[in-house]
Design a protein around this ligand. Structure first.
Ligand SMILES: Nc1ncnc2c1ncn2[C@@H]1O[C@H](COP(=O)(O)OP(=O)(O)OP(=O)(O)O)[C@@H](O)[C@H]1O
Ligand SMILES: [Mg+2]
Length: 494
């Protein structure tokens, strides 16, 4: 027995030696030739087919979608059967996601057909001997199955794997909040114009203070949109929807954006228009957004002088005026060179519903503004901004939601007073929320409610005072107003 082992050992050693010599001295072409034909020869006797899914394809820039889907699919499968697993942080950094470790093998079965998955890696030495990059390891998954099931596997099983894998990825992924920075700040190695952090805003529709009917309508609208892929394809429309949220400051526009993203499980791209150099850059940013996302432009009326640019073009009449205004524009542009954004209204309109906007699909575009009347009608017409949502001052219904959230109160004797005062005064949900917030451990519900009542009374008084002043100013018999008019006239004539 010992002799047999010794003989076998020496045979293996000789074989390795011969192989090493062949590798070193046999020309590369000859080796390729042997490898090619040995694979073909094997094909006659070996009844199995193998499909490889490489992590990086092409120029190693982008992680392969197929690899990611297979990885996710196998993570669910392998956590049950594989013996060696890898663990990574999943959604919200709270749970661990398991996947199979290198060279691990798991079996799977589909419609009675058995298949094997193996995770593997190959090291690719750099092509040039003086390459700057170190040796890289490329990971891949290999799927093996009997050749008589070729059709079942390629036509149905792979579809099933990719579909399930994508679903698992959506469930496990950490949602991201992206933002863009001015172009000159990107390091040259960066491949994307967006930078991101994990999106962790806790707002939901449940915690939002608004009329229940309106809330329900918005939720249904969003859910219908997210399930309407086939419908949009049928009517020949890109799968996207525009929302315009408008209303005074502190009425919950930004909060609603977070609630929308949380409801649909979407990423958020917070686009800072003033940091975008020109229309071309705007288009590039759009192309780099993924599906299942919201593109948000906050305070669209302040972002750029979009309406002004259009007016300038139409109002000019005489040649002299045109020349004058051109000079003014040139002067202003020279002054602002480098710092200003050259995004135009037409660039933005194209961004929203031009040909490029159709790539990717399943996207919401959300604008917020405090002054809806300042916006160009073309920008917010239906089809671009399909749904206009007004967020207004806090109603009593809204207050009840906040009281439940902040104080865990559904009913209280002070509610009647609050209801009466709220009907007389305008107060934003942000102000109500601030008053209901306990400021010290000693603050109980009653104290918070009395804070709110005081704030409402103060607001009421202020509104009454302002009203009186307005009446006085507009009264023609009022001495003060007559005097101030005379003063103005004198100033003008001087
Ligand atoms: N409808 C609401 N429901 C619940 N909380 C609200 C609501 N509106 C405002 N708040 C509270 O007020 C704060 C400010 O609201 P938010 O930032 O959403 O206002 P906004 O409308 O975006 O204001 P702005 O126009 O100034 O950007 C939030 O932190 C939130 O807690
Ligand atoms: Mg806001």
């Amino acid at each position: 027995m010992t002799e047999m082992w010794a003989r076998m050992g020496s045979t293996i050693a000789s074989f390795m030696f011969v192989w090493a010599i062949i590798r070193q001295y046999c020309p590369y072409e000859l080796r390729r030739f042997f490898e090619k034909y040995s694979h073909r020869l094997m094909g006659y006797f070996y009844p199995y087919i193998r499909i490889s899914f490489h992590e990086f394809t092409g120029d190693r820039l982008k992680r392969s979608e197929a690899y990611a889907a297979v990885e996710a699919y196998l993570s669910a499968n392998s956590s049950r059967s594989a013996k060696r697993l890898k663990a990574e942080m999943g959604k919200d950094s709270s749970n661990l996601v398991l996947s199979m470790d290198e060279y691990e093998r798991v079996n799977d079965e589909f419609r009675g057909v058995k298949v094997w998955w193996v995770s593997s890696k190959v090291s690719s030495s750099p092509t040039r001997s003086m390459s700057y990059y170190p040796e890289q390891e490329k990971r891949l998954y290999k799927l093996t199955f009997h050749r008589k099931y070729r059709d079942t596997i390629t036509e149905s099983y792979l579809d099933h794997v990719v579909k399930e894998g994508k679903e698992i990825r959506v469930k496990n992924r950490q949602r991201k909040l992206y933002t863009n920075s001015p172009g000159y700040k990107w390091p040259s190695y960066k491949q994307t114009m967006w930078s991101h952090i994990v999106f962790e805003h806790p707002a939901t529709f449940e915690t939002m203070a608004m009329e229940p009917g309106k809330k329900k309508e918005i939720i249904e609208d969003l859910l219908t949109f997210s399930k309407s892929k086939d419908f949009y394809a049928k009517i020949g429309k890109a799968w996207k929807r525009g929302y315009l949220l408008y209303g005074p400051p502190g009425t919950g526009k930004s909060t609603m954006i977070a609630a929308m993203a949380n409801l649909l499980n979407y990423d958020v791209y917070d686009l800072e228009l003033t940091a975008v150099k020109d229309n071309t850059e705007l288009r590039k940013l759009l192309i780099e957004t993924t599906s299942k996302s919201m593109i948000v432009i906050e305070d669209i009326d302040c972002s750029l002088d979009l309406t002004g640019q259009r007016k300038k073009k139409t109002e000019k009449s005489s040649d002299e005026e045109i020349e004058k205004s051109l000079k003014e524009i040139a002067k202003r542009e020279a002054k602002e060179e480098g710092s200003s954004s050259k995004v135009t209204l037409s660039g933005l309109l194209n961004f929203i519903d031009g040909l490029w906007s159709a790539c990717g699909g399943e996207r919401l575009i959300v604008f917020t503004t405090n002054y809806v009347e300042k916006l160009d009608p073309a920008l917010i017409r239906r089809g671009r901004m399909d749904k206009h949502i007004e967020l207004s001052y806090c109603s009593f219904e809204g207050f009840k939601v906040l009281a439940k959230n902040y104080l865990n109160l559904e009913m209280h004797t002070m509610f009647d007073t609050i209801q009466r005062l709220m009907e007389e005064t305008k107060i934003t949900p942000a102000d109500v929320a601030e008053n209901l917030m306990p400021k010290s451990p000693m603050d109980d519900a009653e104290k918070c409610l009395s804070h709110l009542i005081r704030a409402l009374e103060d607001a009421n008084e202020e509104a009454a005072k302002k009203n009186d002043e307005d009446v006085k100013e507009n009264d023609p018999t009022n001495e003060d107003s007559v005097q101030s008019e005379v003063d103005q006239e004198t100033e003008k004539s001087l």
